[in-house]
Write a protein that binds this ligand. Sequence first.
Ligand code: SF4
Length: 79
Amino acid sequence: MTRSSVNDNSPAVEFFVTEDCNGCGLCKNMAPELFQCVEYAYSYFLTRQPNSEKEVDLLNDIVDLCPVDALHQVGRTDN
Ligand code: SF4
């Protein structure tokens, strides 16, 4: 079964933000097209999964820089 949000050419990893996000905005500053603020919750979420290796690299940089370790990478499970 293929998930509708991921096409066959997408990188083999996915990212997610946990409830530990403190809303610092670092991720939005580094990748504005990939993050959006939940204003009532002072946190951010991913607008979509990366669609290129360049975006995967960028998100991995943010994983390393997030001050509260709230952004995580996992392998895709739809294969
Ligand atoms: S860098 Fe981390 S803590 Fe800061 S807004 Fe993004 S996910 Fe939240």
